[in-house]
Design a protein around this ligand. Structure first.
Ligand SMILES: [Zn+2]
Ligand SMILES: [Zn+2]
Length: 152
């Protein structure tokens, strides 16, 4: 297996470049996804143009990801290698802030946002929190999954 993957990262507002990165091991609670398709959304321009508050560079945009689980970190065993999955704008929650303890995960004070606070899907590989990943049916093509998620 290749030891590197290609990613498109934003290095400064308006500046995109293709880079080769070492393939990471998923951390605790994470999965590594081999990206098959990623929708392009207008919201990505907040990353590309550096307009999202608190954004830091380099950052890989993209939050409409379809692919397959490549590797599973500890504590993420609800997923297994080879499963078809998607990741959206919601990139995960901390599980312990006041809002999370009320079950209001989407308003988590430490919400993770794919392609904004963590690297997204403009890449061949992507790390994602296991709790932000959704299952995709085999019958749904990766390109169509990205297109569908662009509407939500
Ligand atoms: Zn979007
Ligand atoms: Zn929280």
């Amino acid at each position: 297996m290749a030891k590197t993957y290609k990613a498109v990262e934003v290095t400064a507002p308006g500046n995109l470049r293709i880079v080769e990165r070492p393939i990471p091991e998923p951390d605790k609670g994470q999965v590594l996804i081999r990206v098959e398709a990623c929708g392009i959304c207008h919201t990505d321009s907040l990353t590309v143009e550096g307009q999202f508050p608190g954004l830091s560079f380099p950052r890989v945009p993209g939050h409409e990801v379809a692919g397959r689980i490549e590797a599973v970190g500890s504590g993420a065993s609800v997923w297994s290698a080879g499963q078809r999955v998607g990741v959206g704008f919601f990139g995960g929650y901390d599980g312990h802030c006041e809002l999370c303890r009320r079950g209001d995960f989407i308003n988590c004070k430490n919400l993770t946002v794919s392609g904004i606070s963590v690297d997204g899907g403009y890449a061949e590989m992507m790390l994602a929190d296991a709790n932000a990943v959704v299952s995709l049916p085999d019958s749904l093509k990766a390109v169509d999954a990205g297109r569908f998620s662009a509407r939500v």
